[in-house]
Design a protein around this ligand. Structure first.
Ligand code: NAD
Length: 409
């Protein structure tokens, strides 16, 4: 998907073939084996990856996911998208992504800590506050980042908070980072509503995925008067056209680790959830949830992509052909709030000077608004989709930097 999207952008901008490989292919792809002692006394080896896409703008930046399907191809695609995302937002980073092929729900807390520390230990030769900075993603959280930071710091002999972002505030994290991605999703969804003239008060939303991104987006949308009529996670799916009790769902998921068991009356078939009529559809789970078949059946007005890569290129083609236009807020804009506030966290850690949450949010919304306006202006000027416009801006910025710096030696 990432490669195909890049080829479309390169064709649109007119990038010569000779320049394409240098822009597309990752600078480094690292694969490591991470052995840990299991609680039953056996030893198990997990595969870990990190892909650093380009180093032209500064350090690379990107999340680490613990998920059973992780492989080097998935991680490389996510690293490439991170590059265009950081460039669109104007951040001084290249893209990176990492992961371990594991279902973290099958690990005890001690095993999860052992695997987190071992993964960071294996990555120490390849990362650093000015080389590559990690963050949370699917299946990892603030606690995992604290273990990463502690492991790296022990190796250095002093505390290096700026090695990861998305840490607890008590370990050098920033106010507002945990909520940042969901907040950014909501903020750009509001901008989309303004753009198409949608009345937000009394409008409806369906959210697929109820982890960090999905649950915060649900709460933030509800706070703006949007009725949340459907939510799902890997364990359960609920629908109520009259509106779901979002705060209770969030508390339940935080306590039980998933949505399963919250209700029997509200249960819905997860396959059918995205096809209910709604104003906002927010995919906030995994990649490729919306394929061409799904794109034909969607009945939302705004598709706000909280997840990375939720819509396939085939689905994009269907969306472009539909007469009832669905306004797409593409992932590299919609979920950029996470990396924007990660950038603020890194800056604060480097300066040892910390901001109030209000300042974090003000600066976050300023950057999201700027990126949204740039994307809209470009899509209108060139007559292209929002996704192509957002990615074209990102690719062009990286291309300009590479051209200005030249090729060594
Ligand atoms: P998370 O692990 O906190 O939550 C993932 C959620 O998706 C869980 O609720 C899980 O149950 C659900 N899920 C998994 N498979 C599902 C399925 N088949 N149907 C419905 N739900 C399913 O992860 P997260 O950090 O919230 O990340 C979600 C998405 O957002 C990912 O694509 C991630 O790359 C992207 N993202 C995250 C951040 C961040 O700051 N955490 C930033 C940018 C983008």
């Amino acid at each position: 998907m990432a490669k195909r999207q890049f080829e479309d952008i390169a064709d649109h901008i007119g990038i010569p073939d000779s320049e394409r490989a240098r822009l597309l292919y990752p600078k480094r792809a690292i694969a490591v084996s991470c052995p840990i002692h299991r609680d039953d006394g056996t030893t198990e080896v997990f595969q870990g990856y990190r892909v650093q896409h380009h180093l032209s703008l500064g350090a690379t930046k990107g999340g680490v996911r613990f998920s059973p399907n992780v492989d080097v191809g998935e991680v490389a695609a996510l690293a490439i998208w991170m590059s265009w995302k950081c460039a669109l937002a104007g951040l001084p980073y290249g893209g990176a992504k990492g992961g371990v092929t594991v279902d973290p729900r099958t690990l005890s807390p001690r095993e999860l800590e052992a695997l987190s520390r071992r993964y960071m230990q294996e990555m120490i030769p390849f990362v650093g506050p000015h080389t590559d900075v990690m963050a949370p993603d699917v299946g990892t959280n603030e606690q995992v980042m604290a273990w990463f930071m502690d492991t790296y710091s022990i190796n250095c002999g002093h505390t290096v908070t700026e090695i990861v972002t998305g840490k607890p505030v008590s370990c050098g994290g920033t106010a507002g980072r945990r909520e940042a991605t969901g907040r950014g999703v909501t903020h750009t969804a509001m901008r989309a509503a303004e753009t198409i003239g949608l009345e937000v008060s009394g409008s409806t939303a369906i959210i697929q995925g109820f982890g960090n991104v999905g649950s915060v987006a649900a709460i933030e949308l509800a706070a703006r008067g949007v009725k949340i009529i459907g939510v799902s996670d890997h364990s359960a799916c609920y629908f109520d056209r009259n509106g779901l009790p979002v705060a209770e769902l969030e508390q339940y998921a935080a306590h039980h680790g998933c949505l399963s068991g919250f209700s029997t009356e509200l249960l819905e078939d997860p396959q059918e959830l995205p096809y209910h009529a709604c104003d906002f559809l927010v995919p906030a789970a995994m990649e490729r949830m919306i394929d061409a078949h799904a794109a034909r059946r969607l009945r939302c007005r705004i598709l706000a992509e909280g997840a990375n890569g939720p819509t396939t290129p085939e689905a994009d083609t269907v969306l472009a052909q539909r007469k009832d236009e669905i306004f797409v807020v593409p992932d590299i804009l919609c979920n950029a709030g996470g990396v924007v506030v990660s950038y603020f966290e890194w800056v604060q850690d480097l300066q040892k000077l910390f901001w109030e949450e209000e300042e974090v949010n003000t600066q976050l919304f300023r950057i999201m608004d700027r990126s949204f306006a740039q994307m809209l202006a470009r899509s209108r000027a060139d007559g292209i989709s929002n996704r192509l416009a957002a990615m074209a801006i990102g690719v062009e910025k990286v291309r300009q930097t590479k051209a200005a710096r030249g090729l060594f030696p």
